[in-house]
Write a protein that binds this ligand. Structure first.
Ligand code: NAD
Length: 506
């Protein structure tokens, strides 16, 4: 089957939030669009709402009045599926239920022309399963848009086992002409974004479960690392019921692979109605009268004391540490020395060490060095970090009281806000990022997507500051694997096993 969909009339089935957005985008790209919904009046109501939205954009000067009118003129609400006979493309955005989607496509097959392409906007159901039972399953493809459709650039073009490559290619090209960034994905649980993103929530929930720190600390650290929202505030926004259900469906679909195990803490929140913004309370309180969560601020006011200071390491973080310490100590008339080839990154402060985490918890490092006064600090993904960036650090239990004051004082002298977390492997950012990279590596290993597609999908679908393979490149394969191995050593079990793709990259 070869096909071009560039000028094809489009039928959108389901006039909910996604269907209406898809209709708008298709119409803005010049297609004639029909919008159908099984609920009487739903399509008309959706079009009225869309008209009001476009009018608002015109009033704000963000859209030309003619463009708004032309878009609306191209969309027509229809009362029957028969219009499918004239459509080159049907996009389904109905309820997320396999049987409903299967029976809709079976009905559509009896109406559409032999060359029409059928697309599903499912976010979690197997495209292969939806196509099962169709006479021509090769023409069914996933076209997974993100909410809000007019603003979100990413479209996952999802191929099931039956999908003909020419069909996926035609939908890919079409999405491009709609101003989107399409990526190819194989129909597997969670596709690309919803699968690779699991550790962003799971590692935060695991840290909270073991009382490593508060939600506010997690959010501050990951926001400072460049994520637009921290995991706790993001779960509150998504809704814990939705987030938990997605995790559970991926866990089920992978036959209870421990990698995706849902969190008992989150289940309890769901059972208790702590759903996040929609219920007024999740990790935080929301709604009227709710005080904004106080950002964690730690004023480390112990005066720094040292006879000798040496920056160790050779990368960008070590370079920045040297510059920042040189600046901080200039008024006192001294500065740090530098030792590049010592195999660790951080600062030796007399006989004590402030070490960028290589995954090992501080107590393990202390034992290996025979020195209780060590501290580990989290990955700095961007150097120089923004002034006031939050950074997690941990101390061994056996650290002296003097060092417990000195370690954060030195981090604060670098312009950071040091936040103490429990002494666990990979702290917050290193642990989260290493697990995101690991998940992306497995997705590529399993043929779900290419490395480039994974990077584009995570940046555009969930606004990550970089793609997992970009992090892998910047941090280095050895650093990522070291954090995963440390996590695996600490927690045992399957969850932190290193992806074979990373193991083979030597
Ligand atoms: P929605 O509840 O807002 O809209 C669904 C619409 O489909 C409703 O108007 C309903 O009346 C209609 N409908 C149900 N069964 C129908 C049928 N058999 N024929 C015609 N119309 C029917 O839902 P939504 O959020 O727009 O989601 C739609 C689809 O898009 C789902 O598959 C969902 O998983 C997927 N999706 C949703 C999001 C999101 O963030 N909401 C993101 C990506 C994908």
């Amino acid at each position: 089957m070869t096909c071009s969909l560039q000028a094809a009339p489009v039928l959108v089935v389901g006039a909910g939030i996604m269907g209406t957005g898809i209709a708008q985008v298709a119409a803005q790209a010049g297609h004639a669009v029909w919008l159908f919904d099984v609920r009487e009046g739903a399509a008309a109501a959706a079009l009225q709402k869309l008209a009001a939205t476009l009018e608002g954009l015109v009033a704000k000067g963000r859209l030309a009045a003619e463009a708004a009118q032309a878009t609306l003129a191209r969309i027509e609400g229809v009362a029957s599926l028969q219009q499918a006979a004239h459509a080159g493309l049907v996009v389904e955005a109905i309820v997320e239920q396999l049987d409903a989607k299967q029976s809709l496509f079976r009905e559509l097959e009896g109406i559409v022309s032999p060359t029409a392409v059928l697309a599903t906007n499912t976010s979690s159901i197997s495209v292969t399963a939806i196509a099962n039972g169709l006479q021509h399953p090769g023409r069914l493809v996933g076209m997974h848009f993100f909410n809000p459709v007019p603003l979100m650039k990413l479209v996952e073009v999802v191929s099931g086992l039956h999908t003909e490559p020419a069909v996926a290619e035609a939908v890919f090209e079409l999405a491009r002409t709609w101003g989107k960034v399409p990526v190819h994905a194989r129909s597997t649980p969670g596709f690309i974004v919803n699968r690779i993103a699991r550790p962003y929530y799971a590692e935060a929930l695991a840290l909270l479960q073991e009382q490593a720190c508060t939600p506010a600390v997690l959010d501050a650290c990951l926001r400072s690392a460049g994520f637009r929202m921290g995991p706790c505030e993001l779960m509150d926004l998504i809704g814990h019921d939705t987030n938990f259900a997605v995790t559970q469906s991926v866990f089920d679909a992978y036959f209870f692979d421990k990698r995706y195990v849902p969190s008992p803490l989150q289940r309890e929140m769901v059972e208790g109605g702590l759903l996040g913004r929609k219920s007024g309370r999740g990790f935080y309180r929301h709604g009227e009268g709710a005080a904004a969560a106080a950002p964690p601020v730690l004023v480390a006011d112990a005066p720094m004391q040292a006879r000798e200071l040496v920056v160790h390491g050779s990368g960008a973080v070590a370079d920045w540490l040297e510059q920042a310490l040189t600046r901080a100590l200039a008024p006192q008339g001294w500065g740090p020395g530098r030792q590049a080839g010592s195999g660790w990154t951080g600062v030796a402060i007399d006989e004590r060490r402030l070490v960028q985490t290589d995954g090992r918890p501080a107590h393990v490092l202390a034992e290996q060095l025979g020195q209780a006064d060590v501290a580990v600090f989290d990955w700095l993904l961007a150097t120089p970090p923004a002034p006031g960036a939050a950074l997690a650090y941990a101390l061994p239990q056996a650290a002296s009281e003097h060092w417990a004051g000195q370690a954060p004082a030195w981090l604060a002298a670098l312009g950071l806000v040091p936040l103490r977390v429990a002494d666990s492997s990979g702290l917050v950012v290193a642990r989260t990022v290493a697990m995101l990279v690991n998940e992306a590596a497995d997705a590529v290993l399993h043929g779900v997507c290419s490395a480039d597609a994974a990077d584009a999908a995570m940046k555009l679908g969930v606004n990550y500051p970089a793609g997992p393979f970009e992090w892998l490149q910047r941090q280095g394969r050895n650093a990522v694997v070291a954090v995963l191995r440390a996590l695996d050593a600490e927690y045992r079990g399957e969850r932190y096993r290193v992806s074979p793709l990373l193991q083979r990259q030597r």
